[in-house]
Design a protein around this ligand. Structure first.
Ligand SMILES: Nc1ncnc2c1ncn2[C@@H]1O[C@H](COP(=O)(O)OP(=O)(O)OP(=O)(O)O)[C@@H](O)[C@H]1O
Length: 251
């Protein structure tokens, strides 16, 4: 299977302080990958690196045959400014920007697509509600509807099931499985290890650097989780980029 994503010894971070170190490897097209690790392990940073929000301090990330517009990204809910005055319909409709442009009009076909996406996440009737009035679980459904509409080859989900009830989780997990069944590549940062074991075929255990990466049954072991915990605890947050990273960046 062709690679959808390649990590070439990539280091990602903020203000020259690395948050994810020396990641090498690739994600096959159509893979369903869980990214797990303790708090602060670098999961969000890695996902932000993939979608281009965080630029590598060293090394590189290659997208196999797609460009950044072909990626749908669901950020952590805390990163979304819910006070922005926008309705559910208009927010979900931003998933079509790739086709319509920022100021493109929404025609009949686009309107139907938006309504269908809202219906697919069980929110018919909520179209005119301002997003700030939604519950956490409803907002998560809205975010999934926007991803659905993006029709992307690569889908990147940052803690998509955080703080939502089991019914919502079941519904949204079914969407993830549908995307996987359609041959899309899906990466998700997750904390629920039971869910990972039961539903994700591949797992990357991250602790600033990779601890293990492969079939979930081999990567998600108590030993690897213990190593990840220790590595995160020992990590020096104020460390600068490695000398060889600084060199390769300058080159
Ligand atoms: N915008 C930022 N500026 C500076 N440092 C940041 C920024 N975002 C994250 N970091 C730091 O990068 C490191 C990795 O954070 P990251 O959010 O990627 O971890 P995570 O695995 O997603 O954690 P969690 O499970 O708690 O969401 C942490 O030390 C964090 O403080």
């Amino acid at each position: 299977m062709a690679a959808q994503l390649q990590f070439h010894n990539v280091t990602l971070g903020y203000d020259r302080h690395p948050a994810v170190h020396h990641l090498k490897g690739e994600v096959a097209s159509g893979a369903l990958v869980a990214v797990i690790g303790p708090n602060g392990a670098g999961k969000s940073t890695l996902l932000r690196g993939i979608v281009g929000i965080v630029k590598p301090l060293a090394g590189s990330i290659h997208l196999g045959g797609i460009d950044a517009r072909d990626i749908a990204y669901l950020p952590q809910s805390a990163e979304i400014d819910r006070s922005f005055p926008i309705s559910v319909f208009d927010f979900v409709g931003t998933g079509l920007w790739r086709g319509t442009g920022l100021f493109g009009g929404i025609g009949k076909t686009a309107r139907k697509k938006i309504l269908d996406a809202i219906a697919a996440v069980g929110l018919s009737g909520f179209e005119n509600r301002p997003i700030e009035t939604l519950s956490g679980g409803q907002m998560q459904r809205v975010l999934f509807a926007r991803v659905l509409l993006q029709d992307a080859r690569l889908i990147v989900l940052d803690e998509p099931f955080n703080a939502i009830d089991s019914k919502t989780t079941t519904d949204l997990l079914a969407l993830v499985k549908r995307w996987h069944g359609e041959g899309r590549t899906v990466l998700a940062a997750l904390h629920d290890l039971e869910m990972v074991r039961n539903h994700f075929s591949e797992t990357l255990v991250l602790a600033r650097g990779p601890v293990a990466w492969g079939p979930t049954s081999e990567a998600l072991t108590p030993e690897n989780l213990m190593v990840a915990m220790r590595m995160c605890e020992a990590f020096d947050d104020s460390a600068a980029a490695c000398a060889d990273d600084a060199h390769s960046q300058a080159a």
